[in-house]
Design a protein around this ligand. Structure first.
Ligand SMILES: Cc1cc2nc3c(=O)[nH]c(=O)nc-3n(C[C@H](O)[C@H](O)[C@H](O)COP(=O)(O)OP(=O)(O)OC[C@H]3O[C@@H](n4cnc5c(N)ncnc54)[C@H](O)[C@@H]3O)c2cc1C
Length: 375
């Protein structure tokens, strides 16, 4: 651990560990373990952990800056850290001190296991079960997507309640528990190094003390504690991908030459129009995400709306901006050497990560019409 500013520490890790491995993480789909080890050693895994347990006591704004900068260099690593911070938020609120201390000390990586085969992206309606058995619980589930599956030390897990009549329940499931099976390696279009595989639970036996919060209160925690962190940090991933895509498009446009005209691509007005539109859209999205962070931190009345908008706007904008970056880059960007196509692929994930952009648009529409979020 170090007393240096977090962003300086991050920059060092990015230069020495993340960027040298970023291409390999993408091409082979390998988990960015070296980066996670460095984050642990330098205190970044404990950024959101309380100083009471040895953490840095950072804010959501701090985490947003970290994730945005990291995403510009490796989207996969940024998403792994995003999921760890989401899990940390609920573990900080309801988890045991030994795990809180382990996270703060950089010895424990966690993640979310919400999405299920049966309820798909509707994480608010888990079908997986928790059967009370004395002072233990038996979990059965078919989780469809878990970032850091088989790599994390624990999963923050949703299920139906054990005894309560309605709602959902959250559990802290150690990854080493008998009965958990991780499906084969992840082979996706983008974010290829974040080990997003299905996880099956058959007769997973845990002490009741593994519960996070009250039985039946899991949905309140998922929406009240986890969702704001996920929305802002997922949006920050999208912002970082746009930062990188725009920087590479500008670098290419100002370097690629039409020798017969004695001009660069940036001397073409149409290319400049595209670059301007990309910058305008990305900055507008970033301004909205920054405003959402302030709204959440100050408890502004519009904080829930801004929070819902943050991922929808940043995720959608990233799709448009990186599509445009590919167009500016022409055939050169179609190859991997310009580097834009990886950000283009990585940006696709946000739109389908729950709550998906489509679902968010529905929630936002409900909110502006004064309707309940879940009809
Ligand atoms: C890289 C990556 C990492 C992930 N990591 C995790 C993780 O760590 N933990 C986790 O729990 N999950 C994770 N997920 C899963 C993710 O959150 C979604 O649950 C999953 O991508 C949904 O896929 P699906 O095929 O089940 O979508 P479906 O639910 O089948 O949706 C298909 C389409 O229907 C649309 N749709 C569905 N419902 C509605 C609605 N109510 N209104 C409007 N449109 C709707 C969706 O927008 C989507 O376009 C990850 C996904 C990806 C891609």
């Amino acid at each position: 651990m170090t007393d240096r500013p977090v962003l300086d520490v991050l920059e060092d890790i990015i230069t020495t560990v993340v960027e040298p491995r970023a291409a390999e993480v993408d091409s082979t789909g390998s988990f960015p373990r070296a980066a996670l080890t460095a984050f642990g050693e330098q205190g970044l895994l404990g950024l959101l952990s309380s100083p009471d347990v040895g953490g840095l006591g950072g804010s959501l704004a701090d985490a947003a800056q970290v994730v945005r900068r990291l995403s510009a260099s490796c989207g996969s690593t940024a998403m792994v850290l995003t999921m760890h911070y989401c899990a940390t938020a609920v573990i900080e609120a309801h988890g045991p001190d030994d795990i809180r201390q382990a996270i703060a000390a950089g010895r424990h990586l966690s993640t979310l296991a919400f999405s299920e085969t049966g309820s798909r992206s509707h994480f608010w309606a888990p079908l997986s079960t928790a059967a009370a058995e004395g002072d233990h619980v038996i979990l059965d589930a078919t989780k469809s997507w878990v970032t850091s599956a088989g790599e994390a030390d624990s999963y923050v897990w949703t299920s139906q309640p054990a005894l309560a009549d309605a709602g959902a329940t959250l559990w802290l499931v150690p990854a080493s528990t008998d009965g958990l099976t991780v499906a084969g390696p992840f082979d996706g279009l983008g974010l290829r190094g974040n080990a997003s595989s299905p996880v099956d639970a058959r007769g997973v036996r845990l002490p009741l003390s593994a519960r996070l919060g009250d039985d039946g209160a899991g949905l309140d925690l998922a929406l009240g504690v986890v969702l704001p962190v996920f929305q802002i940090l997922n949006a920050s991933c999208s912002l970082g991908l746009m930062d990188a895509g725009i920087a590479k498009a500008v670098a290419h446009a100002t370097a690629a030459r039409f020798e017969h005209l004695d001009q660069t691509l940036a001397d073409q007005p149409v290319a400049r129009q595209h670059l301007a539109a990309m910058r305008n859209r990305a900055d507008a999205a970033a301004t909205l995400v920054d405003d959402a962070v302030v709204a959440l931190a100050t408890g502004r009345p519009d904080a829930p709306l801004r929070m819902l908008q943050s991922k929808a706007v940043a995720g959608d904008t990233a799709l448009a901006v990186l599509d445009e970056a590919m167009r500016v880059g022409g055939g050169a960007a179609f190859r991997k050497d310009v580097g834009i196509e990886r950000h283009f692929r990585d940006a696709r994930a946000s739109a389908v990560m729950a709550p998906t952009v489509d679902a968010l648009q529905d929630f936002i529409g409900r909110a502006v019409c004064g309707l309940p979020l879940f009809g």
